[in-house]
Design a protein around this ligand. Structure first.
Ligand code: KG4
Ligand code: ZN
Length: 345
């Protein structure tokens, strides 16, 4: 059977993206338009600005991606679009565009959960990665440990009870005057500093493998206000504390993931070298393969949506054109709400 070609669309946060991906793991095209400059004056993503920028950027990106791939819309086998979770305005722009393209081309729509895009992205870059695997999904909106048992089969072992790891990076960067987006800026500053500032490790050692980062951010505020430490030392200490928490919680989750043969990291924070290095060491200490997608596939992009679309399409999972956009959409619907948790899914 010949490979299927999927057009992927992503617009759930502050990246607009279109990609053409095949079911035999070829990325024929991927285009992306970031909105950093538009949001920078506000120090964070402004939903209305994001939605408007997606409207303006998406169709030219689709046309560009198809041109890069040397294909026309009728040569596509399915259209995959992020249908949530995320900022509702942006999700609607991408999903409605996906529906219109699918309808115009007479091809099926695959509505993709953005988290599933991240969760399956390591299988795009690594053909040997089989189910089940233990996934640490660390992004700006989410911090979860998931047992990925198959396409559309996810068991959530842990989540954050307050902030996501990337959110902690972004908020700390703001406090430290390092700008937006915060993750890469904190990583650069941390490389120039020393891990000398005493900072807490929220939930470290607790029985359930959940995460918490709000207290760590508050401690960063206090350390900065004290005037005792350089920005670089606070950044290095903050990053070390985050890594420490991620590793401790992942060790705890491994106890519930006997069948897993690989430890996998995905999401924007997976671009961080300290995070990757520590997880890689943890995996080898436990006799597990370590798999991390290349950096461009870690942060938001449409190739991961196209790939998740290819996996779902192969499993016969397509969606009707009245599929609603879902600003909240947990990957594991059976996961219980975490005691003490705020609004994070
Ligand atoms: O997956 P992603 O692009 O968007 C979401 O779905 O949230 O993740 C973005 C998050 C941001 O919080 C950003 O600061 C963080 O990933 N991030 C990093 C790094 N690069 C991006 N965090 C730490 N170190 C990095 N190098
Ligand atoms: Zn994401």
């Amino acid at each position: 059977m010949s490979a299927k070609v999927i057009l992927g669309l992503e617009s759930s946060c502050d990246e607009t993206a279109a990609a053409v991906v095949t079911s035999d793991r070829r990325v024929l095209a991927h285009r992306l338009a970031g909105q950093e400059a538009a949001h920078r004056p506000y120090g964070g993503v402004v939903p209305e600005i994001a939605a408007r920028a997606h409207v303006e950027a998406l169709i030219p990106l689709v046309e560009g991606a198809l041109a890069d791939a040397g294909l026309t819309l009728d040569q596509i086998d399915a259209v995959a679009a992020t249908a949530g979770p995320g900022l509702i305005g942006g999700v609607m722009v991408g999903l409605v565009t996906g529906k219109a393209l699918a309808h115009a081309a007479g091809k099926p729509l695959v509505a993709v959960n953005h988290l599933e895009g991240h969760a399956l992205s390591p299988r795009l870059s690594d053909p040997d990665l089989d189910f089940p695997y233990l996934l640490l999904l660390v992004s700006g909106g989410h911090c979860q440990l998931l047992l990925v048992e198959g396409v559309a089969r996810y068991r959530r072992l842990a989540t954050t009870i307050d902030d996501a790891a990337g959110e902690a990076f972004d908020k700390s960067a703001k406090v430290l005057g390092l700008g937006f987006p915060g993750g890469p800026a904190v990583e650069r500053a941390a490389a120039l500093g020393r891990d000398v500032v005493p900072l807490p490790r929220p939930l470290k050692g607790s029985a359930e493998p959940h995460f918490s980062f709000a207290g760590l951010k508050s401690a960063v505020v206090r350390a900065h206000d004290s005037g005792r430490w350089s920005v670089e030392d606070i950044a290095a200490s903050f990053q070390a504390a985050v890594v420490d928490c991620l590793i401790d919680r992942t060790i705890r989750a491994l106890a519930h993931a006997d069948a897993a043969t690989a430890l996998v990291v995905a999401g924007g924070v997976a671009a961080n070298q300290a995070v990757r290095g520590s997880l890689s060491a943890l995996a080898s200490a436990n006799g597990l393969r370590f798999v991390a997608p290349p950096l461009w596939l870690c942060t938001d992009n449409a190739a991961m949506i196209g790939w998740a679309g290819a996996e779902r399409f192969a499993a016969g999972l397509t969606d009707p054109l009245d599929m609603p956009a879902r600003p909240r959409w947990p990957l594991d619907p059976a996961a219980e709400a975490v005691r003490g948790a705020g609004v994070k899914a």
